[in-house]
Design a protein around this ligand. Sequence first.
Ligand code: ADP
Length: 272
Amino acid sequence: MEKSAELLNISKKVVLKIGSSVLSNEKGSVNRETLKNIADQVKYLRDTGKQVIIVSSGAGICGVGAINKWDRRGDINYKQALCAIGQVELMEAYKRYMKEHGVVVAQMLLTAEDFRDCNRNLNIRNTLFTLIDEGVVPIINENDSVSVEEIKIGDNDMLAAYTAGLWNADLLILLSDIDGLYDKSPKEHENARLIREVYDLNTLVDSIEVGEKSAFGTGGIMTKISAAKEAGKHNIPTIIMNGRIQDVIVKVSNNDETKATTFLGFDIMSSR
Ligand code: ADP
């Protein structure tokens, strides 16, 4: 059995990050089928006794879909406006698909400052724990309309890692448009090799080649490595898997899908 399957089976508290690359289709609008499938998989995780926090990107793409233009996409204020429009669309879609499973969702929009400030930190923590106790699924995103460069977390991979640390999660899952971490970008090199398990992040960084991020992605593979490092500080393992594969989380936990990258590097299996 793959480490990813083993970890999924023993973890109870799961932070699930969904990348823009997963939610967008070729036309640059949000892929509702995928979003619905994510809601189905959250139901699966909960049915197997897990608690789930979602960190979701995709507000910008939803914003583009809502107003049907993105000509000023390079302009930061326009981008923030798109995210403000799209966040409502995104949450509406999550709310609808989760409701089909009888699950209530809650929105939390956060910035880096919220994690740095002790009081805010405590408030986020308390809110998260209360929501989870009530059986609600929190859906977190960066608060783009207030996040100017100085206070930006920068990418939801890191936001998800901070959240995992704050909540004492057992596992961080990063869903992307790629099966995992490769020794070089698989979109640019046919012979790229999937790295299934990572134990030493520091040596790893020197041995891989980082290519372009996806068309709608923000951080690229580097922020996923940084997120795994951040989560690792709290002894939380990270799995990158391909969110474009239907039911990927179910398949990985049943060992039916064996392509994924698991970041370990500490004695996680024996500490459970
Ligand atoms: P997301 O929206 O899921 O956060 P990103 O576009 O930010 O996705 O990051 C994932 C992308 O990183 C993939 O689409 C992949 O093409 C690219 N990438 C570049 N180098 C690598 C590598 N060595 N291994 C895996 N993916 C890589």
